[in-house]
Design a protein around this ligand. Structure first.
Ligand code: C2O
Ligand code: CU
Length: 457
């Protein structure tokens, strides 16, 4: 048999990550992948779609038969999905019923500073705050998550994350798989204790050995033998995901902030925390009645470990297409300003240019309208990445080599391996004001690897 005897123990798990997760009573790939519900607006008018979300502690069944206390948006783990349309404003009232301050950030959103969920703009316990999202930007797989000061890491880990999928007319006219064939998939890792609880130990990546796909380990998803669009998000605090299908390849059509210029066929995807890949998988190429797995690999040629099983069933008709031309990307402009950044740990301090986050300090004063080139070096033996609020950027090169096509589109988060230097360019021509930029390994940002940019005239 494949089951070990069950482990009945009432000892608390050690906090060093050496404990193995509790044994599941179900065989892997025997639970359906949860689909995050699309939230309905409470009201619509000529101005906007209005949503109301309550943040609260609830319970989720991460492991079968066990209930895990989690933090949720509107009761869902992971959070519900908001679907927005370019040119139409979304207004979200967030009510905080947790016992601690929160702040809600729309990751990838071009929003005014007061609506950005800045760590210093918290919603107190019992309080509420209304965020306004103009959606004056291209279709993209955005997401919203907690950003409370020094606590975003634990809050996101405990569940405060949801998709925000922005659609627009040009994207709709492409005829990509849509409706129920456009599926958000949130991937993260976690350390589960003996009672199924989420164990949060800051900076303890080795302990987070359980991969959750839309909130559960090892789910299956039944797919028609046709094309699907998947919005893959790495929502892990610190884990990197190198993904591959057990057979075949992904057609990557978009990255963090929108569609690529052209589809990019690739065997592997590599996502650091916060990054998204918009992909199409054509299941008509697989045997009906069979399955194909989404796998994670530790390194480029490591053994693929399945994390999600697609079960292929007959399809009716598939009118969807993936056109050869997807979008016209704006040209990468020549920089007005060039800056250097260094990501480095010093003891327990996680720093950018030698300093930890101080919300009262402006680290980078940006002139509105400028294009800046940031040369960002990871001076650590560990991996980092960099996320800029507000702006989209383009990756110019990585250690002098051009980015691969999957990284050459519109980005807001970029991985930076140990010792690597990544050059990126952004044009600051939307909102003015103070925004943060930070490593999106949230345990690092919570420990200071975050800084302030002030965009002004
Ligand atoms: Cu997704 Cu400042 O973060
Ligand atoms: Cu980092």
């Amino acid at each position: 048999g494949s089951h070990d005897e069950s482990h009945e123990t009432h000892e608390d798990p050690p906090d060093d990550g050496s404990s193995s997760p509790p044994h599941s009573t179900l065989a892997p790939f025997s639970r359906p992948m949860p689909l995050s519900p699309t939230l309905r607006p409470v009201r619509r008018d000529a101005e906007a779609d209005y949503y109301r979300i309550t943040m609260a502690e609830t319970e989720a069944e991460i492991l079968p038969g066990m209930s895990t206390p989690v933090f949720t948006y509107e009761g869902y783990f992971p959070g519900p999905t908001i679907r927005a349309h370019a040119g139409r404003r979304v207004i979200v009232e967030q009510l905080n019923l947790l016992d601690r301050p929160t702040a809600v950030h729309l990751h990838g959103g071009v929003v005014a500073a007061r609506d950005d969920g800045n760590p210093m703009d918290p919603i107190p316990p019992g309080g509420a705050r209304t965020y306004s999202y103009p959606n004056e930007q291209a279709a993209a797989p955005l997401w919203f998550h907690d950003h409370a000061h020094h606590a975003e890491s634990e809050h996101v880990y405990r569940g405060l994350a949801g998709f925000y999928l922005l659609h627009d007319g040009p994207e709709r006219r492409l005829g990509l798989p849509g409706g129920k064939f456009d599926v958000p998939i949130m991937i993260r890792d976690a350390q589960l204790g003996q009672h199924g609880e989420l164990v949060y130990v800051a900076n303890n990546q080795p302990g987070r050995t359980t991969v959750l796909v839309n909130g559960v380990p090892d789910p299956y998803f039944t797919v028609d033998a046709r094309k699907y669009r998947f919005r893959l998000l790495n929502a892990a605090n610190m884990g990197f995901f190198r993904l591959q299908l057990s057979d075949g390849e992904f057609v990557q059509i978009g990255s963090d902030r929108g569609l690529l210029a052209a589809p990019y066929r690739t065997r592997q995807l590599y996502l650091s925390p916060g990054e998204r890949a918009d992909v199409v998988v054509d299941f008509s190429r697989y045997r009906v009645g069979g399955h194909v797995d989404l796998c994670r690999l530790a390194t480029v040629d490591a053994e693929p470990v399945p994390i999600l099983r697609f079960m292929v069933v007959p399809a009716t008709h598939d009118p969807s297409v993936v056109p050869d031309h997807l979008a016209t990307l704006p040209p990468v402009r020549e920089p007005d300003v060039t800056r250097d950044f260094s990501l480095r740990t010093e003891g327990t301090a996680f720093t950018i240019n030698g300093r930890t986050y101080d919300h009262t300090r402006v680290d980078t004063a940006v002139r509105w309208g400028d294009t800046e080139e940031w040369r960002v070096t990871n001076d650590d033996p560990m991996a980092h990445n960099l996320h800029l609020h507000l702006v989209e950027f383009r990756v110019v090169d990585r250690d002098g080599r051009p980015p691969d096509p999957g990284e050459a589109g519109l980005k807001d988060t970029v991985r930076i391996g140990p010792g690597e230097t990544v050059r990126l360019r952004a044009t600051f021509d939307t909102f003015e004001g103070r925004y943060v930029y930070h490593c999106h390994l949230l345990d690092h940002s919570s420990m200071g690897m975050m800084a302030v940019m002030d965009i002004g005239r």
